[in-house]
Design a protein around this ligand. Structure first.
Ligand SMILES: [Zn+2]
Length: 263
């Protein structure tokens, strides 16, 4: 089992390329882990049904990087003065956006221990938000199956619901939606203008064209006759997007991270 960590960073200034090449069909990038594309797999020719849950207590995940230790959202919600019910609604809304976009279904897990995607607060606060993706590296499938994903937020940051122009306080729905994108197999595309963009911005709170195109490339279009794109289409989308520089933790083969911008 291999894992990867991907961070959402933020700030006022974007020094990265902010240009979508003319003629480029859609701005998205498929996540590559050690050269492998990954996705949640279909079961019996049906679209994947992926469960999610908030962690219910302190959890440790061997092999994970930034989400290695996760705690409940209790501290995060109280320090950010957010109601837990409202936070749960934001998480559900973030999953609903992706579910509406492509052939993948999400449901809240009845037991957090068995959830496919686990969400929690970082036990060792760093950066803003991260996703760890575990996948079956030994699979013979061309697009390897994701086994579990972790989403962790820094409880030492102040979080909010909605936009107010303050880019030092992140909107929960936007952030969770971004991390879900990683959790289902998407990376940061070039430039801005998508939820999957490398930097936090407050110009849109819904999935953008590139986000949806990425999800459709992995899971097919929403609908009973969902057809998953062939691997050639997925690879093609990746090759046109070199992406942002990645740093590799040499002590943790298979794990990688994008460093958060220092505040
Ligand atoms: Zn990210």
């Amino acid at each position: 089992m291999r894992s990867s960590t991907i961070a959402l960073v933020g700030g006022f200034l974007c020094l990265c390329a902010n240009v979508v090449v003319a003629g480029e069909a859609a701005n998205f990038k498929i996540l590559k882990l050690e050269g492998n594309s990954v996705r949640w797999h279909r079961v019996a020719q049906s679209q994947p049904v992926v469960s999610y849950s908030l962690v219910s207590g302190l959890r440790e995940f061997q092999g994970a990087r930034n989400c290695r230790k996760m705690a409940t959202f209790d501290g995060l919600t109280s320090s950010s003065n957010l109601a837990q019910a409202a936070v749960r609604e934001e998480i559900a809304a973030a999953f609903a956006m992706w579910e509406a976009a492509a052939g993948i279904t999400f449901r809240e897990a009845s037991d957090p221990a068995t959830a496919d995607i686990l969400i929690g607060a970082q036990g060792e606060p760093e950066g803003w938000a991260f996703a760890d993706v575990f996948y079956d590296a030994a699979s013979t499938e061309e697009i390897k199956p994701i086994l579990r994903s972790l989403i962790c937020l820094n409880p030492a940051k102040t979080w909010k619901i909605g936009f107010d122009g303050d880019l030092q306080r992140y909107d929960l729905r936007y952030t969770i939606a971004h991390e879900i994108g990683h959790a289902i197999g998407l990376d940061h595309p070039n430039g801005a203008g998508t939820i999957m963009g490398y930097r936090y911005e407050e110009h849109f709170r819904r999935l953008q064209t590139g986000d949806i195109a990425g999800a459709v490339a992995l899971y097919g279009a929403r609908g009973p006759s969902s057809v998953v794109a062939d691997s050639a289409a997925v690879d093609g989308a990746t090759d046109s997007n070199p992406g942002h520089p990645l740093s590799r933790d040499a002590n943790n083969l298979g794990s990688r991270a994008l460093k958060a911008r220092p505040n």
